[in-house]
Design a protein around this ligand. Structure first.
Ligand code: HAM
Length: 413
């Protein structure tokens, strides 16, 4: 017996309506914001991720699925969506008209220690906007993220936001932070000791409570932001307030990918981020494109569904409409004709494909939650009338065979 790989999950039919509801919400809201879909390959040259996410990050260092293809090329399964989209935007000249607003729904691969909300394969609804250095860009993106979460049914996920400055002010801040980390190096965890030199900013995000206590005395990024970064951040915050989007500022928020500049944000359910992103103004140029300011987010679909379920948020189910049951073999071809007519009219319908008895067909229709069951037998074929049972209360009505589709339309309207 071969099992599903560790850290991955099958999406089973009983859960498919949840995934479909999330994707429908993503497609509805992106259409409202005039955001177009993009799909990129599940694997890319490993270099793309080394050069974008950063070679000091956990994702690149510990978690990438890297393999050599038969042509000897070093490839990687995408651990995140942004880099592949930037690659495609540059390669296909998608920034000739700006802004360019894109979204994706895709699977991602990180070799993590599997635990609740942390998988080796996960899925994201992500959005990437290209072209504007203005705070309006963050506000548009966060407004879309907030509408998406409201469409699913969330009302309590609060936005955590911070500015990590530009290269200029961050360099000053990193210098001060490195000095501080040196002074407390005996008391911080091994992970933080390692990060202190290569990526000091990431220490601030450490989940270890004793490190967090120490970092309450660390230099604050807000004291190092240059005037431009400060006014940009203030404008983002004001824009969110103007739209009634609740947020709280959190200087410990730094994110686990290296490409961010200025704004970073997350929406969390307890300790787990459900949605995260920020501005990344240097990445296009870093990957060989024209300098192009960008903002984006990724929303983890597994975590989103789990967070919705703990809140009792219901996902719409697609309830099949009409099951046409055959009472005898002589009625089967009429059942197929009726089902075809219903489907042509846009009404979901099914008839028996298994040679089941009438009783077993009713049992199947009930289990599948069909709204109506029509029964066709010899006498119905002769009289030209079929009984249609409403499954919710058993109410039965006769419909004319020669006007069956209209009869059903009247029943469901
Ligand atoms: P990220 O924070 O690494 O950002 O991932 C975004 C979201 O994906 C997380 O908030 C979380 O919900 C989900 N996620 C990440 N890793 C896992 C995992 N192992 N298992 C389950 N869910 C997970 C990015 O990926 C950036 N590309 C976001 C972005 C887009 N920034 C700018 N544009």
């Amino acid at each position: 017996m071969i099992n599903v790989p560790k850290g991955t999950k099958d999406m089973l039919p009983a859960d498919s309506h949840k995934w479909q509801a999330v994707e429908a919400a993503a497609k509805k809201i992106t259409a409202l914001y005039n955001v177009k879909q993009i799909r990129t390959p599940v694997f890319e040259s490993a270099d793309l991720f080394l050069r974008s996410i950063g070679d000091s990050t956990d994702i690149v260092n510990k978690e990438m699925y890297i393999f050599e293809d038969k042509g000897g090329r070093k490839m990687a399964l995408r651990p995140e969506g942004t880099a592949g989209v930037v690659r495609s935007v540059i390669e296909n000249n998608l920034c000739e008209t700006l802004p360019q607003k894109l979204f994706y729904i895709e699977s991602l691969y990180r070799y993590e220690q599997p635990q609740a909300g942390r998988y080796r394969e996960h899925h994201q609804f992500g959005a990437e906007f290209y072209g504007s250095p203005l705070p309006e860009f963050e506000i548009e993106l966060l407004s879309m993220a907030s509408d998406f979460l409201r469409e699913i049914g969330f009302s309590d996920l609060r936005l955590r936001i911070n500015s990590i400055g530009c290269e200029k002010c961050r360099a000053e801040f990193n210098k001060a932070l490195r000095e501080f980390l040196k002074s407390v190096s005996d008391d911080i965890c091994d992970d933080c000791k390692r990060r202190a030199d290569v990526n000091p900013l990431r220490t601030l995000d450490c989940k270890n409570p004793s490190c967090q206590k120490i970092y309450s005395k660390a230099p604050k990024i807000s004291d190092y932001l240059c005037d431009d970064c400060k006014s940009h951040h203030a404008a983002v915050i004001k824009g969110l307030s103007d739209l009634g989007i609740e947020y709280y500022e959190d200087e410990s928020l730094v994110r686990g990918l290296d490409y961010y500049t200025r704004t970073v944000f997350e929406l969390c359910d307890g300790d787990l981020a459900v949605l995260g992103g920020g501005r990344y103004d240097n990445l296009c140029q870093q990957l060989g494109g024209k300098p192009t300011p960008c903002v984006g987010f990724g929303c983890g679909i597994e975590r989103l569904i789990a967070a919705a379920e703990t809140r009792g948020i219901e996902f719409n189910r697609n309830i099949p409409t009409v099951y046409v049951a055959a009472q005898c073999d002589g009625a089967r071809s009429e059942c197929v004709r009726l089902v075809k007519a219903l489907r042509d009219a846009g009404i979901s319908a099914e008839s028996d494909l298994m040679g089941k008895s009438l009783k077993a067909q009713f049992k199947y229709a009930d289990r599948q939650a069909f709204a109506f069951v029509a029964t066709v037998g010899e006498s119905e074929l002769q009289s030209g009338k079929v009984p249609v049972k409403r499954m919710s209360d058993g109410h039965t009505q006769e419909l004319a065979l020669n006007d069956f589709v209209n009869g059903i339309k009247n029943l469901i309207s």
